[in-house]
Write a protein that binds this ligand. Sequence first.
Ligand SMILES: NC(=O)c1ccc[n+]([C@@H]2O[C@H](COP(=O)([O-])OP(=O)(O)OC[C@H]3O[C@@H](n4cnc5c(N)ncnc54)[C@H](OP(=O)(O)O)[C@@H]3O)[C@@H](O)[C@H]2O)c1
Length: 255
Amino acid sequence: MNTENQTSKVALVTGGSRGIGRSIALNAAKRGIGVILTYNTHAEEGESVVAEINRNGGKAVALKLDSAKVGSFAEFSEQLLQVLKNEWNRENFDYLVNNAGIAQRTRIQDTTEAIFDQLVTVNFKGVFFLTQTLIPLIVDGGHIINISSALARAVFPGVAVYGSLKAALEGLTRYFAREYADRKIRVNTVAPGAIDTEFGGGKGDENQRKQIAGMTALGRLGEAEDVGLFVASLLSDDSRFVNAQRIEVGGGSFF
Ligand SMILES: NC(=O)c1ccc[n+]([C@@H]2O[C@H](COP(=O)([O-])OP(=O)(O)OC[C@H]3O[C@@H](n4cnc5c(N)ncnc54)[C@H](OP(=O)(O)O)[C@@H]3O)[C@@H](O)[C@H]2O)c1
């Protein structure tokens, strides 16, 4: 537990069932933050993160969310409000971490409209409309963190749409920070480097992994915990004057 009194704070972490989101949820809970995490297809993983947090003396709830279904966000917001009222006796929350995302490796030549649309919907459109829908529930002075990628800047074959969408998300971060400045809501981007999760089918064979490690100043792939620890620490008022920024968590990658 940290020394800061954060027992009454509540964070919503999308895609908190696995990988980086799971680590963000666990580390936020370790800091005394109540956690509402979302899963899409892996309900059991979502519930196991909740069980781990509860076992360790924290408080967490899992909700289903499909970021591709923008039409379901109003109903999700109502469910969220119910959970906040029932579990925390509140009608708002403090921190939104837009972490859920997907990747699909395809060269530009082979990118179909269906692949393009799916990537746009989950990684960009979904984040925009979910944040728009939930921002009335976020407290004034709250904090939104959008999870981007080193690939928003570094350019590799096979991730043109994904990387471009993460760059767009970084732009969106600054626009949200501008438009919600009147409510003192901070909006920042955290951009992980190559992190060893199942994302996009994982980080490949031993050779590919060595190659990625070789492109990283600290000489290794990142772990979900590397990002989870940082995002959980960034949520708090320790970073109270950090706003509209992009911070890379990649061990010095691809530079
Ligand atoms: N791993 C990396 O190398 C890396 C690097 C840079 C940035 N990132 C970013 O970090 C974030 C998390 O990645 P990760 O590595 O933790 O991936 P992951 O292990 O594949 O986990 C993805 C999470 O997102 C959820 N999700 C996927 N599609 C969704 C949808 N349509 N609606 C709602 N939730 C959905 C998943 O839920 P279910 O499993 O329940 O379906 C899961 O909780 C992503 O935004 C990714 O772009 C990852």
